[in-house]
Design a protein around this ligand. Structure first.
Ligand SMILES: CC(C)(COP(=O)(O)OP(=O)(O)OC[C@H]1O[C@@H](n2cnc3c(N)ncnc32)[C@H](O)[C@@H]1OP(=O)(O)O)[C@@H](O)C(=O)NCCC(=O)NCCS
Length: 213
């Protein structure tokens, strides 16, 4: 059995003092509910990331990923290196953050992705099922991502925006906050969405406009 206190002191304290402090403050609940799914300890790989034990063992979470305790996650997700999920949304003037991030099943979230939480109690940033979210993408607070979407590298989704099912946001797309990209649509690479995108359409450009298919 791993001694969590020793792990924190030996590894996190010298190398990642901020995380060490955060984990230290949560040590008691961790001790009380070790290994909740009653799986062998090594599945949780607690030496690399003590937070892993919070999630189903079918999730593959890179040890350098930072996943806040406000995050709820389903099964079968892959989370890449240096991705940060559940940090506070960038909301001017917000002082306290009570929102959550909900991630469904079977999503692939690559490296250096950021997904932020809402400020307001009871609100969530939501990622559905089966999405592919590529490296360096950003998903702002309160955003809603449906199912089976493809969000390509470097895409920025503003706060409160919605991306419906089976949508493809190609390389380096920007979605203005509070806008909706309706289902089965495509935003071509580099497109800047400033108005809602109609269902089943392809838009390109700055500002993004519909093209004939
Ligand atoms: C929007 C898109 C799907 C259109 O593809 P397409 O129908 O094959 O279009 P074409 O390449 O034949 O280009 C048609 C015209 O639109 C222009 N065009 C294509 N994509 C464009 C874009 N994203 N923004 C602005 N103009 C674009 C082309 O220059 C061409 O203009 P022209 O007729 O004056 O020469 C495609 O350009 C795109 O964005 N693909 C995404 C690529 C990508 O992100 N791949 C990585 C996935 S991980």
């Amino acid at each position: 059995m791993i001694n969590l206190q020793q792990l924190l002191d030996d590894y996190y304290k010298p190398q990642r003092p901020n995380i060490w402090l955060q984990l230290l403050s949560e040590l008691e609940p961790i001790k009380e509910t070790p290994n909740p799914m009653n799986q062998p300890d090594d599945i949780y790989n607690m030496e690399e990331n003590p937070y892993l034990f919070r999630y189903d063992a079918s999730n593959e979470i890179h040890p350098t990923a930072i996943i806040d305790k406000c995050v709820q996650m389903g099964k079968g997700n892959k989370i890449g290196a240096f991705t940060v999920i559940g940090s506070n949304g960038e909301i001017r003037g917000a002082k306290e953050f009570h929102g959550t991030v909900i991630i469904g099943d079977n999503n692939v979230i690559s490296e250096h992705v950021t997904i932020q939480r809402p400020a307001e109690e009871g609100k969530s940033t939501v990622i559905g099922n089966g999405n592919l979210i590529m490296a360096h993408s950003h998903i702002g607070h309160d955003a809603q991502i449906g199912h089976e979407c493809e969000i390509c590298t470097g895409t920025i989704i503003g706060g409160y925006a919605s991306v419906e099912d089976h949508t493809k946001l190609k390389l380096g797309v920007i979605i203005r906050n509070r806008k909706t990209v309706k289902k089965n649509s495509v935003v071509g690479m580099g497109g800047v969405v400033v108005k809602d995108v109609r269902e089943g359409t392809t838009v390109i450009g700055v500002p993004a406009k519909e093209i004939l298919k």
